[in-house]
Design a protein around this ligand. Structure first.
Ligand code: PMP
Length: 392
């Protein structure tokens, strides 16, 4: 691909960092041994596996490295978390989650409803907030798990998981509290034995933090009861059987090390660029709504709705200029119906269909933002001129 692109879809995936590629390559070549074998060469790989696990545990503030279970994706982690909680609380069949979760939680809950579970989907307010009273009222004696994401992939809105998990666990400490932190990791502090000490389970994904696709983690607090997730081997303390994907696990360990160093950059540089672009859009394009603007949000995400035009048309038109953004979650793109997350914040119809997500990354430059500033107003103006739904 020779086209110069301005990549602003980092909530969908990130480019693997060159240092991460360098770190993983030897494990495809000379260091290919199975960590479960007994010879010295294999022991070396086992040490590498332990090192990655320890680095991730330290980064998340986990007490014990054995609380880190490597998986193949955050989707897998989310599935295993919810199904694991139902196994442990086997007499309970009620799940609490939100209307705005990623499909790996939301669609799974829909599936579990078909299997006989009952699910409460908490609503969000028009600016994207959760109502804690609604959550408290939803807790029942048969609630097995509460699964509430830390940061939303479409709007970037951060839910107060620290206080929500505390309320849940102090109400009934048998309820397992899970959070999908896939979008939040590396962008905000997570201290599993500090402010997040009521969280029992947490999911994350490698490819949102400059590691490859196909590796994830489920943090599962040791003091809560744990049950096997995938059986058939001793790996991952018997919780998730299957030979470990060493190159990708090494990559994740390296990515965590790099993201840890860059946390301030997210807050300052990425946050400044986001605010600059968002301010520009509001000042220079009429009839726009910035979703979640008054909420605590990820520093890299803009969810913006343009009146009278279609989000898909904006995405295609921007892409003609080499700019990559999306209408919402990549996991539901191709589906032209309105995003569930956007529906839940109840925007006026003439705005909701014109929603796009712009998500910056650690490598986004001033120049790239300048390009968007030049192109976006023209794209919106042109589309509005031909739109039957926008009254000029
Ligand atoms: N949860 C959230 C909030 C996400 O944004 C994503 C990725 N779009 C996932 C889960 C799934 O991650 P993975 O691609 O690793 O399965």
């Amino acid at each position: 691909m020779n086209k110069t692109i301005v990549y602003l879809d980092n909530n969908a995936t990130t480019k693997v960092h060159p240092l991460v590629v360098d770190a993983m390559l030897p494990y495809f070549k000379e260091l290919y041994f199975n960590p479960g074998a007994t010879y010295q060469e294999a022991n070396l790989i086992k040490n590498v596996l332990d090192k990655s696990r320890a680095a991730i545990a330290k980064f998340l503030g986990a007490k014990d490295a054995d609380e880190i279970i490597f998986t193949g994706s955050a989707t897998e982690s989310n599935n295993l978390a919810i199904q694991g909680a139902l196994k442990i609380n086997s007499s309970r069949k009620h799940i609490i989650t939100t209307e705005v979760e990623h499909p790996s939680v939301y669609s799974q809950c829909k599936y579990l409803e078909d299997q006989g579970c009952e699910v409460t989907y908490l609503s969000v307010s028009p600016d994207g907030r959760l109502d804690i009273k609604e959550l408290i009222n939803a807790i029942r004696p048969d609630t097995a798990i509460v699964s509430i994401m830390l940061a939303n992939n479409e709007t970037g809105v951060v839910f107060p998981v620290e206080s929500i998990s505390r309320v849940v666990k102090l109400t009934d400490d048998k309820i397992i509290f899970h959070t999908d932190a896939t979008q939040a990791v590396g962008k905000m502090n997570i201290a599993l034995n500090g402010s997040f000490n009521y969280v029992d389970m947490l999911s994350l994904s490698g490819h949102k933090i400059y590691a490859p696709k196909g590796v994830g983690v489920l943090y599962w607090r040791k003091q809560s009861e744990r049950a096997p997730l995938i059986v058939g081997g001793h790996q991952e303390k018997g919780l998730r059987a299957g030979t470990e994907n060493i190159p990708y696990i090494v990559a994740l360990g390296k990515a965590i090390e790099l993201i840890d160093r860059n946390m301030e950059k997210y807050r300052n540089e990425v946050g400044d660029l986001r605010d600059q672009l968002e301010g520009f859009i509001e000042a220079n394009i009429p009839d726009v709504i910035i979703n979640g603007k008054n909420c605590f949000r990820l520093d890299n995400t803009i969810s913006v709705s343009f009146k009278g035009i279609e989000g898909e048309s904006i995405v295609y038109a921007l892409n003609d200029h080499g700019i990559c953004v999306s209408t919402g979650s990549a996991c539901s793109s191709g589906d032209l119906s309105l995003s569930r997350v956007i529906k839940s914040i109840r925007l006026p119809d003439e705005y909701s269909h014109g929603t796009i997500r712009i998500s910056l990354g650690l490598d986004t430059t001033d120049l790239e933002i300048e390009i968007v500033k030049k192109v976006l107003p023209r794209v919106v103006e042109t589309l509005r001129k031909i739109s039957p739904f926008y009254d000029l």
